[in-house]
Design a protein around this ligand. Structure first.
Ligand SMILES: Cc1cc2nc3c(=O)[nH]c(=O)nc-3n(C[C@H](O)[C@H](O)[C@H](O)COP(=O)(O)OP(=O)(O)OC[C@H]3O[C@@H](n4cnc5c(N)ncnc54)[C@H](O)[C@@H]3O)c2cc1C
Length: 408
């Protein structure tokens, strides 16, 4: 019997690839380090480009049932409170790209993918299985877990996130690069949000060295806030009092709306923001990577999960196209997958860095960026994002006639 394809990591990318492969009738075994898959998480924004992937995975309706379509996506100047750009959700985004822009609780999205995986024969989900290392041979891979188990597979997909151990063996480019910023995240009952605030939008407030994002979640019962800022202490462990003092200092000149939201945040925990340089190859023999393990980007475009899910469908298609069954067969499939994904994912990484600099610019550079953002109406902003939101052409679609891809 053919060994299953092993997936290290049961995050959004790992479950998406398990589902894509399981729907082809493949045996897949997902090894996830935590005792419960997808138990924690905050809000996540997903662009229209992910919806053709959800359709392929058969989860479109289930995702939409858990989602909110913000009334608009609005970019604000975090100092003056001035609205710089507004993209109406339905009229501009859905009309232009054919699919909505949504916000969803990560736990809910995870649950949708988990339920679909559980309903698909051939997918085994294994919690408390932390991948320590792997060895590749002619016929496949052998993974060793932290608790000493040895697990054989036809191939290995490293979907184990920013600090991937599978990447360490394949690419060996060390730790991700901190960019000197940290993020605080909070979800709270929406009734705690001050009256008069626009709660039904996806908002991004940009200021010198900081930004703040907010949007509603879970049938508008919850409110998600993310505060991101530059600090020399990004690598230090601090407590809530230390973090609160830093936040107060950093946002002292921010608009009152931002200050009122910061006052609601739980500042106990924070995340160091880091990315990596793009690499041309992230596969070696019968082992490859996807999502943050392959091409982690800054959060500028809010596309990390979308890229992981696009990777998943593309990778499963490349495996199907080559008919790979064991070991060395997968090498060709993985090369094809990398070639299909490199430019798009590297663009998210590299343009993400440029736009990140724009969001956080100071002095005259800030004036220039603000004037540029303000000069774009909704249609112009959509055009700037069309390379991303128009979606990804899967390798088998590229070969098919346009009529077979549903183009009109
Ligand atoms: C503040 C912030 C806001 C963000 N907002 C957005 C957004 O709005 N939209 C968006 O698309 N993206 C967003 N992202 C990015 C997004 O979260 C990631 O890009 C996405 O989760 C990547 O998915 P993944 O499956 O590749 O990795 P992960 O989600 O990191 O999943 C990796 C999984 O692997 C497991 N794992 C790790 N090591 C091992 C091991 N050795 N063995 C077994 N299992 C292991 C982990 O426990 C985890 O379950 C945001 C990120 C941050 C930090």
């Amino acid at each position: 019997m053919t060994e299953p394809i092993l997936v290290a990591g049961g995050g959004l990318g790992g479950l998406a690839v398990a589902l894509a492969l399981g729907r082809q009738g493949r045996a897949v075994r997902v090894l996830e380090q935590t005792p419960e898959l997808g138990a924690i998480g905050y809000g996540i924004q997903l662009g229209p480009n992910v919806f053709p992937m959800f359709e392929r995975l058969g989860v479109n309706d289930a995702v939409l049932a858990q989602s909110i379509l913000p009334r608009a996506c609005i970019l604000f100047d975090a100092l003056s409170g001035e609205e710089l750009t507004r993209i109406p959700g339905e009229q501009a985004l859905r009309a232009r790209f054919g699919h909505p822009y949504i916000v969803i609780h990560r736990v809910d999205l995870h649950r949708v993918l988990l339920d679909a995986c559980r309903a698909t024969p051939g997918i085994v989900l294994e919690p408390s299985a932390s991948v320590a290392r792997f060895e590749a041979g002619r016929d496949g891979v052998t993974v060793t877990t932290d608790d000493g188990r040895s697990i054989a597979g036809a191939a290995l997909i490293g979907a184990d996130g920013l600090r991937s151990v599978v990447r360490a063996a394949i690419v060996a480019d060390g730790e991700p690069k901190p960019v000197g910023y940290v993020a605080h995240r909070t979800i709270l009952p929406i009734e705690r949000v001050p009256a008069g605030m626009q709660r039904d939008i996806s908002a991004l407030w940009i200021g010198p060295g900081f930004h703040l994002v907010h949007y509603p979640l879970r049938h508008s019962t919850l409110f998600n806030i993310v505060a991101v800022f530059r600090t020399g202490s990004f690598g230090d462990k601090g407590d809530a009092a230390f973090h609160a003092a830093e936040v107060e200092r950093t946002y002292r000149s921010a608009h009152p709306v931002i200050k009122s939201l910061l006052a609601l945040m739980d500042l106990e925990r924070r995340w160091t923001i880091a990315d990596r340089d793009p690499v041309r190859h992230w596969s070696s023999g019968p082992a490859t990577l996807l999502g943050d393990a392959a091409h982690p980007a800054l959060q500028t475009f809010a596309q990390g999960a979308c890229m992981a899910i696009e990777d998943a469908v593309c990778l499963a298609d490349c495996i199907a196209q080559t008919g790979a069954q064991a070991g060395a067969d997968f090498t060709a499939a993985f090369r094809r997958y990398e070639a299909a994904r490199i430019v798009r994912t590297a663009r998210v990484q590299l343009e993400g860095r440029e736009l990140w600099a724009g969001y956080h610019a100071e002095g005259i550079a800030r004036d220039v960026w603000l004037a540029t953002f303000a000069s774009r109406d909704a249609a112009a902003t959509c055009e700037c994002l069309s390379w991303l939101y128009d979606g990804f052409t899967l390798p088998n679609q590229a070969a098919a006639p346009a009529s077979a891809r549903g183009a009109s």
